[in-house]
Design a protein around this ligand. Structure first.
Ligand SMILES: Cc1ncc(COP(=O)(O)O)c(C=O)c1O
Length: 444
């Protein structure tokens, strides 16, 4: 349970932050002022000896909890054997490819291993273009698929594009059903909003496509944009829309998979059949590892030698991923995420009754997006209040990522999936106290 023994940030944290600010570029951005030293399960200890409950999991990475003993043991054992052998198959790489094919739906039958989520996005788009007669890819407003040029071009985040010259050509963008804010969704029921967003796709293709469509890419829920969960009717409609037009459907499950959403893969919430899924973050659960899993007709369209990656599928990351998947299965972490997620959602909705500035509550398993506004009528974003809530949480021993979302007014809730009911309820108590204090101090 949390233990705060210095002011936050403490003196050692302040010194290391000053060093980082001197020697690192400011592009690392908006980081909360805590210097992590070590962590175990759901508890993070900073360099000043303060202990926090964790609502970050790195950044939705350490799904099996920090430094899980079995994970550490497996990785250490592999360190004594082999680190890299690029062009040669290894047992861990072959085992991980098989495991990924086994745990994904039956029609997905090949897995390609790379290192980062952005690599997986790039690889999936290369496959989709190669197998298709066209090249155009449709992405969505607010989407985040990585920071490489192709991935940023597919995404719909201004911050990844502004000031970086032209993005790569061949991308079209459509509205995502952000029910709380997207103009196309206002004043409409969920069903009507879904329909409007789907109809817009036809309009977009009619007006802007040069007749060379290849694929559609979306996250199952939009993470960086603020944990925005689409209606079931939209994502199922999108799947049908792709199938009717013979387009490759790429689902970016980089942050939504490996139990995070209360299912092994978020896609299991819906009746959809994407052709390619991209995986990252929770796959390695700490050691970088990412993958594309897909139908062999698509994946094998690339000729031998046309795609590889120096560190992709290396024995250390493969062993780490295999250990993480084993822990998720053996310890029932998918089920725990679903159970704890219900507890979190109920409590957030309860807090919302008393705190109208908590404008929108979006929860799917152990992924939450809490959107703060100055008042629920105008829905004006409240980034200062949001940041104040995160600071109050830190002071009380709950660690959250800096606010996210298109207006930096969303708190992301993403604890490791090993969180216990006691830790959940203690962290929720801290959150509620922090919200009440931040609202009081803001004068809203
Ligand atoms: C949905 C999604 N796709 C892709 C990426 C890119 O992953 P990476 O930072 O490992 O390149 C991220 C990272 O946050 C993500 O959330």
């Amino acid at each position: 349970m949390p233990k705060i023994v210095t002011e936050v940030p403490g003196p050692k944290s302040r010194e290391i932050i000053a060093q980082a600010e001197k020697y690192e570029p400011q592009s690392m951005g908006d980081q909360m002022p805590v210097v992590w030293d070590h962590a175990e399960g759901c508890v993070v200890t900073d360099v000043d000896g303060n202990e926090y409950l964790d609502w970050c999991s790195g950044v939705l990475v350490t799904n099996v909890g920090h430094c899980h003993p079995y994970y550490v043991e497996q990785v250490k054992a592999q360190c004594d054997r082999l680190f890299n052998c690029y062009d040669f198959v290894t047992r861990p790489r072959a085992d991980l490819a098989r495991k990924l094919v086994e745990i994904t739906p039956d029609y997905l039958d090949k897995a390609f291993l790379v290192t980062t989520g952005s690599d997986a996005t790039e690889a999936a788009m290369r496959m989709a273009r190669r197998v298709s007669d066209g090249f155009e890819i449709i992405g969505f407003d607010g989407a985040f698929h990585g920071r490489t040029y192709g991935a940023a071009s597919a995404g719909g985040m201004r911050g990844s594009k502004q000031g970086y010259g032209p993005m790569t050509p061949g991308f079209l963008h459509a509205p995502f059903p952000y029910l709380y804010r997207a103009p196309l969704c206002q004043g409409k029921s969920e069903e009507e909003a879904s329909q409007a967003c789907l109809e817009y796709l036809d309009w977009l293709v009619d007006r802007q496509s040069c007749g060379a469509l290849a694929a559609v890419i979306t996250e199952p829920y939009q993470g960086g944009a603020g944990g925005i969960i689409p209606p079931k009717s939209w994502i199922e409609g999108l799947d049908r829309w792709c199938k009717d037009r013979g387009l490759i459907f790429i689902l970016d499950e980089v942050q939504s998979s490996f139990g995070r959403c209360g299912k092994m893969f978020c896609m299991e919430h819906w009746d959809i059949k994407p052709d390619l899924i991209t995986l990252g973050k929770g796959l390695g659960s700490g050691i970088p590892c990412s993958a594309v899993v897909g139908r062999s007709e698509v994946m094998d369209a690339l000729p031998p030698g046309s795609m590889g990656s120096t560190n992709g599928g290396n024995p250390i990351s493969s062993v780490a991923a295999l250990a993480a998947i084993e822990i998720i299965e053996r310890e029932g972490l998918v089920e725990n995420a679903a159970r704890m997620g219900e507890l979190f959602e109920a409590r957030f909705l309860d807090i919302q009754q008393r705190v109208p500035q908590l404008g929108d509550v979006r929860v799917l398993g152990l992924m939450g997006g809490l959107e703060f506004v100055t008042d629920p009528e105008s829905r004006e974003p409240a980034p200062d209040l949001t940041r104040a809530v995160v600071s109050e949480c830190l002071k009380r021993g709950l660690i959250c990522i800096a606010p996210i979302g298109l207006y930096r007014n969303v708190i992301r809730v993403a604890p490791p999936l090993v969180i216990t009911p006691e830790q959940a309820s203690e962290s929720l108590d801290i959150f509620e106290e922090s919200v009440v204090e931040a609202v009081r101090a803001s004068g809203l």
